[in-house]
Design a protein around this ligand. Structure first.
Ligand code: URA
Length: 222
């Protein structure tokens, strides 16, 4: 259904209010409403300076995410690990190398998709992010999704799946099915780190690939 001009105006107003709330000072870089690409660096800047939760005190570098702001496909993981914290880039450790292979097997280059995490700073000792940290960080991911407006999002692992699909279903039940978040199809699948921890279990790798084939099929229909 096409939205009316009033609806569109209200969406824009709501969006600007939202950017303002998370500290994105868009007037810094433009004096009138500019293209969407102007806002991604602003969101990135807000993340790099973020002090909204205690993870900020222990991080080496915040990890906003990277890739194409016009990406059709977005990957969302849990939180940066040790290597990501050092480099300020998402998925660059062992799990990241596997993710890169998966992306390439899907016929994409890493720089053609957008890769980020639910939580943008490393939790100490790689513990799971706490609910309050996820809540504090969520405006950033929401802003990235609104800007990029991908055709599909792959949620890597339970933390990402729970962000989009609240409920008590386990990954075994969630994976392989599309769910919807603000009208965007979400494909939950196993986290690459889980695949690596279970290297002997071939079926897990196969299931991830089945899930990615569904994503490719959906993209090819659009
Ligand atoms: N695991 C994640 O969930 N995200 C990263 O960026 C790296 C490892």
């Amino acid at each position: 259904m096409k939205s009316s001009p009033e609806d569109k105006l209200n969406q824009i107003k709501e969006y600007f209010k939202f950017l303002n709330e998370i500290g994105v000072d868009f007037l810094d870089s433009c004096c009138e409403v500019g293209p969407r690409s102007w806002f991604l660096p602003q969101i990135e800047k807000a993340i790099l300076n973020c002090q909204r939760c205690s993870l900020a005190q222990k991080r080496l570098k915040a990890v906003p995410g990277e890739g194409n702001w016009q990406a059709k496909l977005m990957f969302v993981g849990e939180a940066p690990g040790e290597e990501e914290d050092k480099q300020g880039r998402p998925f660059v450790g062992r799990a990241g190398q596997l993710l890169t292979k998966i992306i390439e097997a899907m016929n994409f280059k890493r720089e053609e998709v957008f890769i980020t995490n639910v939580v943008k700073c490393r939790p100490p000792e790689n513990r799971l992010p706490r609910q309050e940290e996820i809540v504090k960080c969520s405006p950033y991911l929401e802003a990235q999704i609104r800007l990029i407006n991908p055709k599909v999002i792959v949620a890597l692992g339970k933390v990402a799946a729970d962000f989009f699909i609240p409920g008590n279903l386990g990954m075994g039940q969630l994976r392989g099915n599309f769910f919807y978040y603000r009208g965007i199809p979400i494909m939950p699948t196993y986290h690459p780190a889980f695949v690596l921890r279970n290297e002997g279990r071939k079926e897990i790798k196969q299931q991830v690939w089945q899930d990615m084939k569904k994503v490719m099929a959906l993209l090819s229909r659009q």
